[in-house]
Write a new protein. Structure first.
Length: 331
């Protein structure tokens, strides 16, 4: 059956079928190839998109801006300050205003409910650029990167270590279940994803002939891994007070050489970035000095190793986000 995503929002992967995700990945591959050979693709000339960021971003913002410009569209960036949204104007009213001026809306911020409401009231496609619960455009880039490295997705073993109930843990579990990838989360019980989402993903995984496993044992969990993935231990929007307990909880889930040696010999290392793999950042330095550590979720050795594909992953944010905009805005 032909896939048509025109007019759809991209709010979470749960809303998309495996065939629709496959369509977006294939479109991203085509757009990546076209860009490499300098083929102009300004097929959405005359359209405009607005990019709402209530939290910081490098990759997501740049991917939306470059993707939109490559497609010939105009962009407006609205940051955490400077607009009326949420202060003098409700999300519902903001959505109705923006929907009158723009063809599509990107939102990065807090609760999933906000991005769902933007889609409900704006009547134009809305794209989730990260909420507390989900980060679906990141997972599209991750799937594309994995497929580029292994030539396929189905049947691979994917292992996530760290805060498994954050936006990345949740979204990767859904993405793997949808695409037939065996997903294992290694985390302390307190940081396991919510039972309701795990149950839903197990149901989806059954349909796609793969498994969802949760374990507290990192050494065992990483065995036979094709893909080893981690994310920051404290996410944007969480209070500073959680650092101390989070460092204690997640210390034994750090992706280091010793742990990587338990994965398959050709396993790749992935991270959505930004990453605390050294002390060359303001926050990394502060936390490092306060708690006497030099690296957090991944060691610099693994981050810089041949197994690490983190910058391919970062580049693929742009190609996949461009595919989402093109597919949903249509021509
Ligand atoms: N991975 C990711 O979303 O990066 P940014 O926070 O830089 O957008
Ligand atoms: N879990 C991280 C992802 C950043 C891309 C955060 O929300 O800060």
């Amino acid at each position: 059956m032909a896939i048509n995503l025109r007019g759809r929002s991209f709010l979470k992967l749960l809303d998309y079928t495996p065939e629709e995700i496959r369509y977006l990945l294939d479109l991203a591959k085509d757009l990546k190839k076209a860009k490499r050979i300098g083929q102009a693709n300004e097929v959405l000339k005359g359209k405009n998109v607005v990019l709402l960021f209530e939290k910081d971003s490098t990759r997501t913002r740049c991917a939306f801006e470059v993707g939109a410009m490559d497609l010939g569209m105009g962009t407006t960036y609205l940051g955490p300050s400077g607009s009326q949204m949420g202060k003098k104007e409700s999300i519902k009213d903001t959505a109705r205003v923006l929907g009158r001026m723009y063809d599509g809306i990107e939102y990065r911020g807090f609760s999933q409910e906000i991005v769902e409401d933007l889609a409900k009231y704006s009547k134009v496609p809305v794209w989730n650029g990260l909420t507390n619960e989900f980060h679906p455009t990141q997972v599209l880039a991750d799937l594309l990167t994995i497929e580029e490295k292994f030539g396929n997705l189905k049947g691979l073993n994917f292992v996530y270590l760290g805060d498994a109930r954050n936006n990345m843990g949740n979204s990767l579990m859904v993405g793997c279940a949808k695409m037939g990838i065996n997903f294992t989360a290694c985390a302390p019980k307190d940081l396991f994803p919510a039972k309701e989402l795990v149950d839903k993903c197990r149901e989806i995984a059954r349909e796609n002939e793969c498994t969802i496993t949760l374990t507290e044992d990192a050494e065992k969990g990483i065995k036979n891994a094709d893909v080893v993935y981690t994310d920051v231990w404290v996410s944007m929007g969480e209070p500073d007070e959680v650092w101390e307990s989070r460092l204690k909880l997640l210390k034994s889930y750090q992706v280091n050489k010793e742990l990587m040696n338990n994965a398959n010999h050709d396993a790749i290392f992935m991270h959505c970035l930004p990453s605390f793999h050294d002390l060359n950042t303001k926050i990394g330095k502060q936390i490092g000095e306060k708690f006497g550590i030099t690296e957090m979720e991944v060691t610099d050795e693994v981050f810089e190793s041949k197994q690490s594909v983190v910058f391919d992953e970062a580049e693929n944010r742009m190609h996949t986000i461009k595919a989402v905009m093109l597919a949903t805005l249509g021509v």
